[in-house]
Design a protein around this ligand. Structure first.
Ligand code: SF4
Length: 338
């Protein structure tokens, strides 16, 4: 029988797009960030490409980015049109983050010449440029030309998610073990770039408490290989295994209290790495949330702590739902709801 993962992967992949859809990038916006102690605006842009090859095969349990893809590779001309649109929206923000719903360094998504043009378009304008990739594409042949094309700091992000091999393989459905991500983090640094890892809070099939412990442990184990670690709590994306479970009441996105504890305890074991969280869909039913009354305050405290790298204020947060969260954590391993 076909597994849920294979079925949702097959159903979410769009049909091959025509030329008009391929000339438009997915989205662009500005968000708060920091470079060292400086708070700076970050410009985020998402290119429309063929997307992640692993999402075609099976995909990760929480990732629905395949829905934003072309269903085929973009041509260099189409990528050039997308870049022109992105540059029209760019206002010289010092931090630039470029995503592709997959790997910027995969030739099937962005060909090498287009990669160099895209990166050089921000050279001399941005201080730091980030892109994301799977670890197998972090090679000197791929990274070297981009480092040469950009006057500033390149930051290469990897979706490590968890350093526990069984969690990564069985619950996140990643295609590579954590050791490959850790090794890629080291390679990024040896090529003169900054390394960043995303860590997932609450993959499916973990209790809230197990999820917190998994992230704290992952922060500690990954910190020696990465300059920055970002804790990403699961939000329910369309066309994913997590959404399939959510619709059957078998998955709740993490509490913001869990995220707060993970950030606070992670900060104690992060070594020299920067540790941040900027949750997507925070406070919404499909994103990490508390009771609704305190969500805004907790989200603000998490963002402030991430920007300033000062985590003490997280201990002062309070709301009556904190007790509900603690009770839920105690009852969940017994299969009961608070
Ligand atoms: S999380 Fe990353 S590796 Fe997994 S399917 Fe999505 S884009 Fe691919």
């Amino acid at each position: 029988m076909e597994s849920v993962a294979f079925r949702v992967a097959r159903d979410r992949r769009p049909a091959p797009a025509g030329p008009e859809g391929a000339s438009r990038y997915v989205n662009a916006w500005t968000e708060a960030e920091a470079i060292g102690a400086d708070r700076v605006p970050a410009f985020v842009a998402i290119l429309r490409t063929r997307g992640c090859y692993w999402a075609d095969v099976k995909g990760c349990s929480m990732c629905g980015y395949a829905r934003d893809t072309l269903g085929r590779s973009a041509t260099p001309a189409e990528l050039g049109q997308q870049l022109s649109g992105i540059l029209r929206a760019y206002r010289d923000q010092p931090y630039v983050k470029l995503y592709t719903s997959g790997s910027f360094l995969d030739d099937r998504e962005v060909d090498p010449a287009s990669r160099a043009s895209i990166v050089s378009a921000f050279s001399g304008r941005a201080r730091r440029l980030l892109f994301e990739t799977l670890p197998e594409f972090v090679t000197p042949e791929n990274v070297g030309p981009l480092r040469d094309a950009f006057q500033g700091e390149l930051e290469i992000a990897l979706g490590l998610e968890s350093t526990q091999p069984e969690i990564l393989r069985r619950f996140v459905n990643k295609g590579s073990p954590p050791s490959e991500y850790l090794a890629a983090g080291e390679r990024v640094r040896s090529m003169g770039a900054r390394s960043k890892a995303y860590l997932l809070l609450k993959p499916p099939h973990l209790t809230e408490r197990e999820a917190i412990e998994d992230v704290v442990r992952s922060v500690e184990l990954a910190a020696p290989n990465f300059d920055a670690l970002s804790i990403n709590p699961v939000h329910i994306q369309g066309g994913t295994v997590v959404e399939w479970l959510y619709h059957r009441r078998r998955y709740r996105p993490p509490w913001l209290w869990s995220l707060s504890e993970a950030l606070r305890r992670g900060a104690e074991v992060r070594g020299a790495s920067r540790l941040v969280t900027f949750p997507t869909a925070g406070g919404l039913p499909r994103g990490p949330h508390n009771c609704g009354r305190c969500d805004r305050d907790v989200l603000t405290a998490l963002e402030e702590a991430s920007l300033d790298q000062r985590f003490g204020s997280l201990e002062e947060l309070t709301c009556s739902c904190r007790g509900d969260w603690q009770r839920a954590n105690e009852l969940e391993p017994l299969g009961l709801e608070a």
